[in-house]
Write a protein that binds this ligand. Structure first.
Ligand code: 5AD
Length: 457
């Protein structure tokens, strides 16, 4: 009765929240299982950013709720962004769901499951669905300390901030994740130190808008923003070798952050910089407070500090009113930035956002065409960039055995996945890897072990 299967939709923040729920449930004696057929409790941790993501989770929940006919004790829960966005209204489509828990209440999941189980064991008839999507002050501090103790993890996500106040007109996140709230710097540093002691070597700082970290809680010191101050503190932790963060806002790339790339070697030269559109008119309609010129300037300034900088981005095609000329501006800037990776989305109407009520929605075929144009550019770019890596030597952080268990895997500073042969003693070390060949998304190579240290010999 205590086997839990958690399925996660959406972003890294959701992955992080699912890990935290799993850790809390294990501490209560629940078993987390990987086989969805072999669970007593299924939790869907959902995404609302586009309609397709919501439909996927609703479809899954509808399908899974048939299991209740055979097994009335089976528990089905919907957690996270769609729970927050839709609340009890989900029961119109999914009357058999037992639990609906929003983004500020993940830490209550163990109590709610305990209550549901106790009721079933006592033979009490199943009552109302538990719906908890209330706001909770301080909830940003409840998502922490999630690692398994048995298995060494090399790379970890650390939540630093939740929510967003930017009010981009396409975006549902302010509704699903609430107002911007930052965790105290000391708490984050304590967590990072503990992770380093448990063997973690790479930290990814996570939040909906990390560059705004602590802006209401901490002062700038000597022109350095609280976010850069936080990076400096993580950088000073022994054992942490690499620092990444996601997602930032272009507005956060002021002089202090750009300059940080020049002086903080642990800060990996990979920046996810959401452009959304290359047309000033559309950026304005989206309520994105920068121009294409400013965006290009940020990219140039980062490449001036780190010529080997890798960039990825998010683009929305088919925002209401986007003309061929607007799209051409996006295409041009997209090409000019020479991205390593990009996430391209067709605009999806999100009820309750300002853009939802705009006229001049774009036809699906047009969105699809624009999507393909950018995907083609990305494919060519990425092939060219991959080809340029073959024969070079990249620093790789060895994470552990790959999926097959035959080889090892790790990522380059530019966040490319690599596969190679290694010794288990190299797990957690930074080693030089000569890149020999590549598939679409993976690099294959051979370690250059001379000078790596005694453990390698
Ligand atoms: N339609 C399509 N894409 C969206 N995104 C956010 N809202 C929407 C929407 N309504 C994209 C943005 C954002 C990413 C996480 O999802 O590009 O950066």
């Amino acid at each position: 009765m205590n086997r839990v299967y958690i399925k996660t939709y959406g972003c890294q923040m959701n992955e992080r929240d699912s890990d935290a729920v799993a850790a809390m449930l294990r501490a209560r004696g629940y078993r987390i299982v990987q086989d969805e057929e072999a669970c007593d409790i299924m939790l869907l941790n959902t995404c609302s950013v586009r309609d397709a993501a919501e439909q996927k989770a609703i479809g899954k929940a509808g399908y899974v709720s048939h299991r209740k006919k055979k097994n009335p004790d089976f528990v089905l829960g919907i957690l996270g962004c769609m729970a927050q966005n839709r609340g009890a209204e989900l029961l119109d489509k999914l009357p058999d769901v037992d639990l609906i828990v929003g983004t500020q209440k993940f830490h209550q999941v163990p109590d709610y499951l305990d209550n549901l189980r106790a009721a079933r064991e006592a033979g009490v008839p199943i009552g109302e669905t538990i719906v908890d999507i209330a706001e909770e002050a301080g909830s940003q501090n409840t998502i922490r300390d999630h690692l398994e103790t048995e298995e060494r993890q090399i790379s970890a996500f650390v939540s630093i901030q939740q929510g967003c106040n930017m009010d981009c007109h396409f975006c549902i996140v302010p509704k699903t994740r609430g107002d911007e709230r930052s965790r105290p710097m000391d708490d984050i540093i304590t967590e990072c130190r503990a992770l380093a002691q448990r063997g973690v070597r790479e930290i990814t700082l996570l939040g909906q808008i990390v560059t705004s970290y602590g802006r209401r809680d901490y002062a700038h010191t000597g022109g350095v923003s609280p976010f850069v101050q936080l990076i400096e503190k993580v950088h000073a932790i022994d054992g942490i070798e690499r620092i990444r963060f996601t997602s930032p806002h272009p507005r956060g790339f002021k002089e202090d952050l750009v300059e940080a790339y020049g002086r903080l070697p642990k800060l990996c030269e990979y920046v996810h910089l959401p452009m959304q559109s290359g047309s000033n008119r559309i950026l304005k309609a989206m309520n994105r407070p920068y121009s294409r010129e400013r965006y290009q300037e940020i990219v140039d300034s980062l490449r001036a500090v780190r010529p080997d900088m890798y960039f990825s981005t998010d683009i929305i095609v088919g925002f209401p009113g986007e003309t061929d000329e607007d799209f051409e501006q996006t295409r041009e800037l997209f090409e000019a930035c020479n991205y390593d990776m990009a996430y391209i989305f067709k605009y999806s109407i999100r009820t309750g956002t300002p853009a939802a009520v705009l006229g001049d929605q774009i036809a699906d075929e047009v969105k699809e065409h624009r999507n393909q144009v950018l995907l083609d550019i990305l494919r060519r770019n990425s092939e060219r960039r991959t080809a340029a890596l073959i024969g070079t030597v990249e620093e790789v952080l060895v994470e552990g055995p790959d999926k097959t268990g035959q080889h090892f895997t790790g990522r380059t500073r530019g966040n490319r996945v690599t596969i190679f042969d290694a010794d288990p003693r190299l797990v957690g070390q930074l080693v030089p890897l000569r890149i020999e060949r590549a598939s679409v998304s993976t690099l294959y190579g051979e370690l250059i072990l001379a000078g790596v240290g005694t453990e390698a010999s």
